[in-house]
Design a protein. Structure first.
Length: 288
């Protein structure tokens, strides 16, 4: 059954799936695109949050875990972009999409939450599908280099963000959480770009358009919807569902940058979707 949280998650995943396609166009550097993605989204949502009095949390102590979420998310984007720049997009996507495993492990070790058998089975099926999707040659040619460990780190950061944001969203409205989280992310990414000596201006018209698409579609719309889903659904289900962005990104790349979809990718996509569907299976229960 397609409930509101599930529909929001689906649309949110479609929105973030545009991001890898834009990155492949190389219109700006990976780090600067990460900064503007957060800065543009923050500039749009902040006036709305102020106008609707959404920036007054009942307990100021909640700002600490929100700041952690902001830094985790910003770090994930920065690390993922650097990983792509130093390896292939396929390898970076594969390693980042190990995040459901980390979510399950961290939930078990630190949150005393035992993921259901359907989650582990669904994760196994989805990862088999991802292996088929990227190709066995990619798996065999993985090198234990700098980019490899950045890809692994990206998946860990992604998993930590999902788990921490889940706990914070149980106490806050989505608008409040997203606004503060993106403010912290923007500040953090600004400092990172300064440290790396990135140029903040001088982009082409297409470059600026790509930055605004990332900020409005890939960040603001996407993560408002995904955060709403995270608030209403299990973190394990959300994390596994996010793997499907690799499928949608491939479809969008075929449409916008003329990349071909192979038969192997189509088979892998079906297996990935079967894995995601497995984790949503419930016996005699109606849950999200």
């Amino acid at each position: 059954m397609m409930t509101k949280p599930r529909l929001a998650l689906l649309v949110g995943i479609l929105c973030i799936s545009i991001f890898p396609v834009i990155v492949r166009m190389n219109l700006t550097s990976g780090l600067i695109s990460a900064f503007y993605r957060m800065a543009i989204a923050t500039a749009i949502i902040l006036p709305f949050a102020l106008y609707t009095n959404k920036l007054k949390p009942e307990n100021l102590k909640i700002l600490l875990p929100i700041a952690a979420c902001g830094i985790l998310f910003a770090s994930d984007i920065a690390v993922w972009n650097i990983s792509i720049q130093n390896s292939s997009a396929t390898q970076a996507t594969l390693l980042t999409n190990l995040s459901p495993i980390w979510v399950g492990v961290f939930s078990l070790l630190f949150l005393s939450f035992r993921p259901r058998k359907s989650f582990w089975l669904g994760t196994l099926i989805a990862l088999i599908g991802m292996t088929v999707f990227v190709g066995i040659d990619t798996i065999l040619n993985l090198q234990l280099d700098y980019a490899f460990f950045l890809g692994i780190l990206s998946g860990v950061l992604y998993a930590l963000y999902i788990l921490v944001s889940k706990s914070v969203l149980e106490k806050l409205e989505v608008i409040t959480f997203i606004t503060y989280s993106m403010i912290f992310s923007t500040i953090f990414l600004f400092l990172i770009n300064v440290a790396f000596g990135e140029q903040f201006f001088g982009f082409s018209t297409k470059g600026w358009i790509s930055l605004f698409i990332q900020g409005i579609v890939c960040q603001l719309i996407a993560w408002l919807l995904i955060s709403y889903s995270t608030q209403k659904m299990r973190a394990t289900r959300v994390s596994l569902s996010l793997i499907s962005q690799a499928i949608f990104a491939t479809i969008l790349a075929a449409i916008f940058v003329n990349e071909k979809i192979t038969n192997i990718q189509m088979i892998g996509s079906v297996i990935i979707l079967a894995g995601i569907a497995t984790t949503f299976y419930e016996k005699n229960a109606k849950t999200n």
